[in-house]
Design a protein around this ligand. Sequence first.
Ligand code: PA5
Length: 341
Amino acid sequence: MSLSEYIDYPRWPQLAEESLRIDVRLPEKVKVGEKELTYSKKFRGIVISGMGGSGIAGDIVRDTLQDMIDIPIIVNKDLHLPSYVNDDYLVVAISYSGNTAETIRCYESCIEKGIPVITISTGGKLRELAERNGTPHITIPKATAPRYGLPCLLYSCLRAVGKALSIEDKVLSLAENSINYMRKALDDYPTRFKALADKLANKFTMIYTPSPIASLGVRFKNDMNENAKQPVAVCIIPESEHNDLAIHIREIENLEILVVDAPSIRNTEHGVHVTALMKVLEELGRRFHKIELEGDSRLSEIVYGVTGLGMLTIDIARIVGVDPVKIEAIDRVKKYVTSRS
Ligand code: PA5
């Protein structure tokens, strides 16, 4: 398959750069009805609220920034915000379409409770509400479907969170650098990833991912589910060493195992766990494929991995004979929910 057949992947670096350039003006305060939303304060935490291909941007932002800041980044993939979230938090409501019921509901509860909120979408109801209420909104470029627009969702979200936390320069430089690794993954794809397509097609895959880059495992699962229509279990190291590892004393049919390794993990405590896991799999006679990431930061590594593994799921979709873009079952459930709410 030529690069142009990988849907939006060949233009990911361009989408990433474009989205990183979108600035957002954060007002001091916005008055909506009786409520005053204050954006100029030291927040107690950041909540990134979104579903599926949009929510995953929140996971990646959390993995990227959590160890650089002294407040929690909470990723909310639900209808409601956690009850402890109040006006001391900043919420980023992110939805590619702007029409996802759960994300709109979270935006509305921010307005009801006076919680400062930034929205990110290509348009839709979320943008309409933000314009009506005067809350900050970022309009991102379009792609073929939400998951293929990951660079738009991720880089705009990173920039917005960087700005809200006054670490914009640091975030910009990390983000710019990571785009080089997105390019590298596009170049490396034929030699580093593609050969796995035949091996994973029509199989159940378990992906073992160290916790600091857990978002990569989640994104791979989502891409496999939506693009290739295949099941995946995400096993986060070290937690997986306390449960799912136990199954490997049995030979399980049609199971493939991936283990993710990354430069930022090697020579750390997490690295010890990854090595221990691989050693035990070997001792038990279980074959696994090692995914060696490249990158000079956690963000670069994740971006390298989501690009290469994402393209892989497109190849798998073609091998198993499904349309990677169509997600009929998801569309049906959205229609059902919308008609009843
Ligand atoms: O990738 C997809 O198409 C889905 O996972 C969507 O992202 C998900 O259904 C949420 O929709 P949206 O991203 O428009 O909020």
